[in-house]
Design a protein around this ligand. Structure first.
Ligand SMILES: Nc1ncnc2c1ncn2[C@@H]1O[C@H](COP(=O)(O)OP(=O)(O)OP(=O)(O)O)[C@@H](O)[C@H]1O
Ligand SMILES: [Mg+2]
Length: 294
């Protein structure tokens, strides 16, 4: 057995939650899927929690997604993309959104545990660098309370985070080298992937809902120009604490509407920090700037 197979066997044998950590393109997602396949082959019930809001495999980009698997066929990208639960973070990076990133992770992890899944595999973003990476990963691990952390690294780049986990949390920490064959996705591929995923999420037929200014979270300043919200991505809330989908705001003929493929109306809308073009390209918006009136 090679080192990878040994760690996978350990996760499957131990059960509970395993978190994959590593920088960009270190094989985290592939490892999570390999683990899920092995676990299902021995008859374990498996859930994957995808906390990567940029290169999402479950649910749309800008969201954390949870998926309960019923067969290996569910690991195919089109099937895996269909989330059982999502949490809207509102951006394609956790940078500047640590609070929703960590709260959403905790919330969906709890849902995964309550479902009784025997093995919960957590995929993460490649944001591991600097103090921000350490703060994010530590707090994520703190709320997740995993049984095993698997770190993927080329040099010692993940050691600060793995060291913190070893010293301060009751968790088994494994470190694996990044396989030579792991291919780096370039920046353009990442953009194209996100664009394609968003296009799928908003594939017709879409519904259009009229939006009242009072439904937003955070609240809109009273003097905001509603036209400035055109193209903004929102998370749709059902009023019971559940995110039912994402929408895009549209300002036309002096009225604010939301486009979504979700057939239910939302009780509240979480305003994200992402603006989407008609071609589904995304740009980042700082809400503090959007909310400043001039
Ligand atoms: N063990 C492996 N053997 C061969 N190829 C691999 C292996 N793991 C990953 N790859 C390939 O390397 C690329 C990156 O892998 P993957 O998407 O799993 O990494 P990631 O860490 O999740 O990346 P991201 O930062 O984009 O989330 C993919 O093309 C994948 O097919
Ligand atoms: Mg990944």
């Amino acid at each position: 057995m090679d080192a990878f197979e040994t760690v996978i066997a350990r996760i499957v044998e131990k059960g509970g939650m395993a978190v994959a950590l590593g920088g960009m393109d270190t094989g985290k997602t592939t490892f999570v899927k390999m683990c899920a396949a092995v676990a299902m082959r021995v008859g374990k019930s498996v859930a994957i929690l995808d906390t990567d809001v940029g290169q999402s495999t479950i649910g749309p980009p800008t969201t954390i997604g949870l998926r309960f698997l019923s067969s290996e066929a569910d690991l195919e990208p089109e099937s895996l993309a269909r989330a059982d639960a999502i949490y809207f973070v509102g951006d394609t990076t956790p940078q500047g959104h640590l609070l929703p990133q960590v709260v959403g992770t905790a919330k969906l992890a709890q849902q995964a545990r309550e479902s009784g899944a025997e093995i919960i595999l957590v995929d993460t973003t490649g944001l591991i660098g600097g103090t921000l990476g350490q703060v994010l990963k530590f707090h994520k691990l703190e709320v997740l309370r995993p049984d095993i952390v698997v770190g993927f690294q080329r040099g010692g780049e993940l050691e600060p985070i793995l060291g913190i986990a070893r010293r301060s949390l009751p968790v088994e920490v494994e470190s694996l080298p990044v396989p030579e064959s792991v291919r780096a996705t370039n920046f353009d591929d990442r953009i194209t992937n996100r664009q394609a995923r968003l296009k799928e999420v908003f594939a017709p037929p879409v519904h259009r809902w009229k939006v009242k200014a009072s439904v937003f979270l955070p609240q809109l300043p009273p003097d905001i120009d509603p036209a400035s919200l055109d193209g903004m991505l929102v998370g749709m809330e059902d009023g019971k604490g559940v995110c039912i989908g994402i929408g895009i705001l549209e300002y036309r003929e002096e009225s604010l509407r939301m486009i979504s493929t979700v057939a239910e109306g939302a009780k509240a809308l979480r305003l994200g920090s992402t603006r989407v073009t008609s071609e589904f390209l995304t740009t980042r918006v700082d809400l503090r700037e959007l909310f400043v009136s001039d």
